[in-house]
Design a protein around this ligand. Structure first.
Ligand SMILES: [Zn+2]
Length: 357
């Protein structure tokens, strides 16, 4: 069967939608397109679900399905996933669930953020899968013939000689040093920020620096991560407690959390800033002082797999067909297609933007 021939049952819809179709009855992320019966959300990053689309889905009698932590994290974006809502289903990691449509679905951990999953769908004897955004060191892999792969890092080789664990512990050391001399700002994507908070917290750091200033979404994420035994600080927001927020900001030592640099009202805030950017891993050093701003450090930690880890993923899943997901950019998806073809000549591989979606 040619890749073009399976378009109808297996495709990714372009950048604006990010819909991953897994056979005729299942959609993942993005939105529902036609008559799919199930709408899975792979994880709670905003580039993978469309709040408005989820609201649209409420109006048609088809369930939203995700893991419990993902459903809880979605609530921080105003998606009401209260568990008595008849259309919301929480599906546990690892469990095979057979739905009325005939689809058998399994969600497996993929080491990206809390609640994130790979999705495996079996329908009428065919097996479809989506990697989701995936991280390093996955233990259990989906077993599918047709695989849609996240292409964030495009599989390009990197020069790094440090492990994620080493980078994390160096970052924790640097933060401990920096707080001795003044305020510290930690800016990282959601999920990764919470993991960093957990690592800092293992030495009792949050007993000393109880209150961290930030915004409501970060407060909500910290609350959910804390429920799952991650060490998280108490977040003070300007909206909730203006006086305390200002008092902390006027003090000489405090920690501030942000997800994006634009969350700082000034481009370079007071104190030392650690900017952890998910994509920038092509570096020999995990933490680098910025060339033009001495109080600013660029940190190359990531929640995504790259390079050899991407190839290991394909080796373990053993698909016959791969579509690289161009929802977040055709260039990386085509680059990943090229590299996978070199490494896996027997697998049919194409980037989704070349399929006309
Ligand atoms: Zn993600």
């Amino acid at each position: 069967m040619k890749l073009e021939d399976i378009n109808k049952i297996f495709h990714v819809r372009g950048a604006s939608q990010g819909t991953i179709k897994l056979g005729p009855v299942v959609s993942a992320d993005g939105d529902l397109q036609n008559d799919e019966q199930h709408h899975f959300i792979s994880h709670a990053h905003t580039d993978h679900f469309r709040r408005k689309k989820i609201w649209n889905t409420w109006d048609i009698p088809r369930p939203i399905i995700a893991t419990t932590p993902t459903l809880k994290l979605l609530e921080s974006y105003g998606v009401n996933t209260s568990f008595n809502h008849q259309l919301v289903v929480n599906q546990e990691h690892g469990k095979v669930v057979k739905y009325d449509s005939g689809a058998k679905v399994r969600l497996l951990e993929n080491n990206h953020i809390l609640g994130s999953v790979q999705i495996e769908v079996e329908y009428e004897g065919e097996r479809f899968g989506y990697s989701g955004d995936f991280g390093e060191n996955i233990e259990n892999f989906i077993d599918v013939d047709y695989l849609i792969m996240d292409a964030t890092y495009a599989g390009k080789p990197v020069n790094k000689i440090w492990s994620r664990e080493e980078a994390m512990s160096r970052l924790v050391e640097e933060i401990n040093d920096a707080i001795q001399t003044g305020p510290v700002n930690i800016c990282a994507p959601s999920g990764l920020l919470n993991e960093i908070a957990d690592s800092i917290g293992h030495s009792g750091f949050w007993d000393e620096y109880k209150n961290v200033i930030s915004n409501q979404i970060i407060k909500d994420w910290c609350d959910v991560y804390r429920e799952y035994k991650y060490k998280q600080p108490n977040i003070i927001t300007e909206e909730d407690n203006f006086d305390l927020y200002r008092e902390i900001l006027d003090s000489d030592k405090y920690i501030r959390f942000a997800n994006r640099t634009r969350d700082f009202k000034r481009s370079v805030p007071d104190g030392t800033t650690f900017w952890i950017e998910n994509r920038n891993i092509d570096s020999e050093e995990p933490i680098k002082q910025d060339n033009s701003e001495s109080s600013w450090y660029n940190v190359t930690l990531s929640s995504h797999a790259f390079s050899e880890e991407i190839f290991r993923y394909v080796t373990k899943v053993k698909p016959k067909y791969i579509i690289t997901d161009a929802s977040r950019g055709g260039t990386t998806a085509q680059e990943l297609e090229r590299l996978l073809k070199l490494n896996f000549p027997k697998i049919q591989i194409v980037s989704s933007n070349l399929l006309g979606y």
